[in-house]
Write a protein that binds this ligand. Structure first.
Ligand code: 5CA
Length: 440
């Protein structure tokens, strides 16, 4: 993408309405703009990151056997009356009337809708187990929307729902999502600690939040210092209940965090410290058995033909919130440092002198070759000062920068900078191209 044709309204000054670093940087880097309190438009650069995060979540959901579908944002009030939650939900729910005076709502979550949908389309216990998910916008009329996409009123969530014939199978599906969450957050370059949680308006008695440590988080967390290791992708057999249960148990025993109100952690082991921090809740999973299936009449005939009430869980990831969490975890004084897995472009190509024929020819050719090789490149071909170009590239945080200036161009070399390490190297055009294409 040529920057001269792009839409990247960067801001030099720190916006006065933003309090935390991720919100400031998302505004400054031209990723989002607020259109009403807690409601944001996603500009091209922000949208690319959002889509990359979605796709990682999709791949990990698929690995765990969760099927994607898409439910609407608007739901009928009658559906929520079936579960009894319509009146219970309170002022966070945005209630709407259509032209026929029918009561609708903008969904804050989808337990009722998925329960009705699956209830009306499955035949027997043999159709179990199932997990479905969608990635859809939610609306919650938060009293205090703040910190940009961290606590919005409209926000993008991945919500999954599991259906099982008995509690043991239901817990297995819960464990599938637990491990899928560990893997999703690890791939996003995050360390997310599972923390035993309250279930609030969703219900049930088994629940974990996944917390990313960050000084600007809204939750208090206590954890052992062994947590500070980087997250790894776990190769698990999702169809093996025993194997999954032991992964979950290990994580809970070794790492799980707590907030002050709940049970203390296990004793610290040799070499460990007890640490306290603030954290951002990026995911929340629930197992609530028959809380929705019972009032909504979702049973399936078992082997003897007798109706069995279906066991359910629900599993949320705050996809739009994740952008804020990743930036809180990965930035410096000059701007964002995107982990490779979610970066909006892999390379930022800077032509320092658009009026120099040599620079122009090298930059154009390298840009075309990178694009042809499938390396996503943002090409700063604008007639701007070098300083402004460097500052913009650092601000938007692409993993690699290639700088083409007149002195190097005359010798056939370019400068390659790694955004995370700051390390610079002078390379021939061919060497730079190969490194960017293969990563080494
Ligand atoms: N139905 C369940 C699970 S699908 C549910 O709604 N859970 S939740 O309320 O905990 O939300 C799931 C995730 O959405 C949270 O962990 C959080 O990461 C994200 N989230 C919740 N409220 C907001 C908000 N106002 N702004 C941004 N993200 C939010």
């Amino acid at each position: 993408m040529r920057l001269s044709r792009y839409f990247l309204p960067v801001m030099k000054e720190t916006p006065a309405d933003a309090q935390i670093i991720s919100h400031k940087l998302m505004l400054r880097a031209g990723m989002i703009r607020q259109t009403a309190a807690g409601i944001y438009a996603w500009l091209p650069l922000g949208l690319r990151v959002l889509r990359r995060i979605e796709n990682i979540i999709r791949e990990e959901q698929a690995r765990a056997g969760s099927l994607e579908l898409l439910m609407p944002t608007l739901q009928t009030a009658d559906l929520w009356r079936e579960s009894g939650r319509y009146d219970a939900y309170g002022p966070e729910m945005l209630r709407i009337k259509d032209r026929h005076n029918r009561e609708l709502l903008y969904g804050p979550t989808n337990e009722e809708m998925i329960t009705a949908l699956i209830r009306d389309n499955l035949q027997s216990y043999r159709d179990m187990p199932r997990i479905f998910y969608h990635i859809q916008w939610k609306f919650r009329d938060e009293v205090r929307p703040r910190f940009g996409v961290m606590r919005g009123r409209e926000f993008l969530m991945k919500d999954a729902y599991s259906f099982d014939i008995d509690e043991a199978a239901g817990r297995h599906n819960y464990n599938r999502m637990f491990v899928a969450y560990l893997n999703s957050f690890a791939r996003l370059g995050l360390r997310a600690i599972p923390m035993q949680a309250d279930t609030g308006p969703i219900g049930g008695d088994l629940s974990h939040e996944f917390i990313v440590l960050a000084p600007n988080g809204e939750s208090d967390v206590f954890y052992h210092s062994n947590w500070e290791q980087p997250g790894r992708h776990i190769e698990a057999d999702f169809d093996d209940p025993k194997a999954l249960q032991s992964i979950v148990n290990d994580h809970i025993a070794d790492y799980a965090a707590t907030d002050e109100k709940r049970d203390p952690l296990r004793e610290a082991q040799a070499g460990e410290k007890l640490c306290q921090s603030r954290g951002i809740e990026v995911g929340h999973i629930f197992f609530f058995g028959t809380k929705y299936s019972k009032p909504m009449g979702f049973t399936l005939p078992g082997p003897d033909g007798k109706p069995i009430p279906i066991q359910m869980g629900s599993y949320g990831i705050g996809i739009s919130r994740l952008l804020g969490a990743i930036i809180e975890a990965s930035h410096d004084d000059n701007g964002i440092i995107w982990p490779e897995a979610v970066a909006p472009y892999h390379v930022g190509l800077i032509n320092l002198r658009v009026d120099d024929e040599n620079c122009q020819a090298i930059a154009d050719t390298l840009y075309k070759r990178l694009e042809a090789a499938g390396v996503d490149t943002l090409y700063d071909d604008r007639n701007e000062r070098g300083g402004a170009k460097f500052a913009t590239m650092d601000l938007i945080g692409l993993p690699w920068q290639v700088v083409i200036g007149p002195k190097g161009a005359a010798k056939g070399v370019v400068e390659l900078k790694n955004r995370a390490s700051g390390k610079k190297q002078t390379l021939t055009i061919e060497e730079a191209f190969n490194l960017l294409k293969t990563g080494h």
